[in-house]
Design a protein around this ligand. Structure first.
Ligand code: CTP
Ligand code: MG
Length: 223
């Protein structure tokens, strides 16, 4: 069973506000992208990696992979205007015979092998897709356009989801070929729309996403 990883690293990182795309902002001594590259490359579960790099940053991404000795990187594509378009471009480089595709955000650097194992176990159990998720700690309200509370949601039914998201390759391809890729905020939503069965497995608090400078400092301390 061949497992391909798509690493979405093509965002500009507007909210981080660095002088370079977020994937190349410093986390510890290295560009942020280095963590997910190394962790995917080191994982015995992952066979090959396709990176979506920001326009103009394809070469630095390839050089970084070489410097780190990441032998599984098979292609680096230029990302698109949205995350969905970046993933679609990378997915086009995944060969037809791939069994599973794991889509991961470079903005979540602290990926562990245990999470990958939980995702692949769910696919092995027959799910079309699997994603890591965590229970919510806060009470969640739905509001209208005046911020008037409309509803208190049942927290027990809610999960905050992370990446990587893992899918049977044919299911993900079908979802990308037929879905509204440009507006989808994650891959799972495209698969859900097509009727795919997606399982939430236990996530990892360390997999939180780097959005602003405070996140870089917080996760940098956990390296
Ligand atoms: N991403 C991508 N291509 C895009 C936009 C986002 O590959 N056109 C990737 C980012 O590199 C990141 C992930 O999708 O790993 C999640 O996106 P986000 O955290 O929003 O990162 P940015 O879009 O870079 O940040 P911002 O929204 O602050 O500009
Ligand atoms: Mg963004």
């Amino acid at each position: 069973m061949s497992v391909w990883a798509v690493l979405a690293a093509a965002g500009s990182g507007d909210r981080l506000g660095a002088d370079r795309p977020k994937a190349f902002a410093r986390l510890g001594d290295e560009p942020l992208l280095a963590q997910s590259l190394k962790r995917l490359d080191d994982s015995d579960w992952v066979d090959s990696i396709v990176v979506a790099a920001p326009p103009g940053w394809e070469e630095p991404a390839i050089l970084l992979a070489e410097e780190l000795g990441c032998s599984k990187v098979s292609a680096c594509v230029t990302g698109g205007a949205t995350r969905g378009e970046s993933v679609a471009r990378a997915l086009a480089e995944v060969p037809e015979d791939a069994a599973v595709v794991l889509v991961h955000d470079a903005a979540r650097p602290l990926l562990s092998d245990e999470v990958i194992e939980r995702l692949l176990t769910a696919l092995n159990d027959g799910w079309d897709g699997a994603l890591p998720g965590l229970p919510l700690v806060d009470t969640i309200k739905r509001v209208d356009d005046e911020d008037r509370v409309v509803e208190t949601l049942n927290r027990d039914e809610l999960r905050a989801v992370q990446t990587p998201q893992a899918f049977v390759a044919s299911v993900l391809r079908d979802a990308y070929a037929n879905g509204d890729v440009a507006v989808a905020s994650d891959c799972s939503s495209l698969v859900e729309t097509r009727g795919g069965r997606v399982k939430v497995v236990e996530g990892d608090p360390k997999l939180s996403k780097i959005t602003d400078v405070g996140d870089l400092e917080r996760l940098g301390a956990l390296l």
